[in-house]
Design a protein around this ligand. Structure first.
Ligand code: NIG
Ligand code: FE
Length: 414
């Protein structure tokens, strides 16, 4: 590969630079570059500007020049900051039951729900899980998503959680996309565990946490805070231990009832995700904190529930990321762009707010400061759409697909 490459011209480049982490953003704040070019040095952004003005420098540097027809829009590669794509089986029955009027909790109590996926994921071999992750991640990659968070949480024992996290690590090595692993051993209290929920969490934190560090399996600890899973009292010693060991904290918060977001704030989590049940009180507290609020419209669509109050959060000065929550239960669709566009429609979000939610704000929800913008020195993760006006992307609500994707300067889809 050439050390330098210049790509362009593009009808529009949306560099997403100069935008703030927190608060509302108008489309006028996007500093769009027309007829632009992108100069890449190895895997990173080296310079942006007008393509024709960049040509002489690029030639001096011996850059490989990729000349396009000037009819595409280019954005930073998308980031999906919350998925559960390591799972076996399907929960199509849950979906049918739900649509027939049964509630999420009723379905869980009658043998469906998360535990059903735990059973099916435990039956899958590590190799089968690797292949399933690769299939799903490649679908995401074709949709322009170059960084994908992936949670464990369908193993629910030290051994089975490790199997999932090894599968995520190995899939990551085989894929161009970056997979960011998260340990969600605190997804629900395992039905086959003989001790109390506190005993289980203690076992995970003493036996699994050190292994996560030793084998570099993940640097993030998540928990589902809800009556049907873990209470804030259950989780306090678990998160205290995780923080002391240097893990980042993230929380499944305020999905059906409030309390999780307060825990996220108390533990200075990188993100609080879901928030469909948050009231103004929780939204204001989140907006004042450093915690990124991640809306998961795919779960609202999968469950037929309200959307996260994203507009209120941004107006209160909060940081909003948008993620797919792709999982077999509550969010089977797994189409981030469609979901983000729909959230924008229902919550009255600007194009800039939605796009920020799936680029740099999502990257920061994963504590990644090297992507999601075309800042000099940031990763050359890029996605292009075959249109001349960026507003078409969300307008077409996910039906317009990318025509090219670059990951770390490598063209991986054309
Ligand atoms: O993020 N809320 C808890 N966990 C997942 C659902 C997982 C499942 O139903 O399998 C979520 O929606
Ligand atoms: Fe989730």
């Amino acid at each position: 590969m050439h050390k330098y490459q210049l790509i362009g011209p593009f009808a529009q480049i949306l560099p997403m630079t100069h935008l703030h982490l927190k608060g509302a953003i108008s489309d006028e704040a996007l500093l769009i570059i027309e007829d632009g070019g992108i100069l890449i040095e190895n895997d990173k952004i080296h310079a942006l500007g007008k393509f024709t003005e960049m040509l002489p420098t690029a030639k001096d540097l011996g850059a490989k020049i990729t000349t396009l027809d000037g009819k595409d829009v280019c954005l930073p590669g998308f980031v999906d900051a919350h998925t559960h794509i390591c799972f076996g089986g399907t929960r199509a029955n849950d979906y049918a039951m739900r649509n027939a009027g049964k509630s999420y909790l009723e379905i869980a109590k009658s043998g469906g729900g998360i535990w059903d996926t735990v059973t099916q994921t435990r039956k899958a071999s590590q190799t089968q899980l690797i292949n399933l992750i690769i299939q799903r991640a490649n679908r995401h990659l074709e949709n322009g998503i170059t960084t994908i968070e992936v949670k464990s949480g369908y193993g629910l024992s030290v051994k089975e959680e490790l199997k999932m996290l090894y599968a995520i690590k190995e899939a990551n090595q085989k894929l161009p996309a970056d997979l960011i692993a998260t340990c969600l051993a605190a997804h629900m209290v395992p039905k086959d565990y003989s001790g109390t929920s506190s005993d289980y969490l203690k076992e995970i934190s003493t036996e699994l946490f050190p292994k996560l560090k030793e084998e570099e399996l993940c640097n993030r600890i998540d928990a589902f805070i809800e009556e049907s899973a873990y209470t804030k009292d259950d989780i306090a010693p678990y998160f205290t231990k995780a923080k002391a060991m240097g893990f980042d904290i993230t929380v499944h918060a305020d999905q059906f009832s409030t309390s999780g977001s307060a825990v996220a704030i108390a533990f200075d989590a990188v993100s609080a995700d879901h928030l469909e049940a948050s009231t103004s009180k929780e939204i204001e507290a989140l907006a004042k904190s450093n915690v990124i609020a991640t809306a998961l419209p795919g779960a609202s669509l999968g469950l037929g529930c309200a959307f996260t109050p994203a507009r209120e959060l941004l107006d209160a000065g909060g940081a909003l990321a948008i993620a797919s929550d792709w999982n077999p239960g509550s969010a089977p669709m797994g189409d981030l762009l469609t979901q983000a566009a729909i959230l924008g429609t229902f919550q009255k979000l600007s194009n800039a707010e939605v796009l920020a939610g799936i680029t740099f704000r999502a990257a920061l929800a994963l504590n990644l400061k090297d992507r999601g913008k075309m800042e000099v020195g940031y990763l050359a993760d890029l996605v292009t759409f075959p249109i001349h006006d960026y507003k078409e992307i969300l307008y077409q609500q996910g039906s317009l697909k990318p025509n090219r994707v670059w990951k770390k300067g490598n063209l991986i889809m054309d």
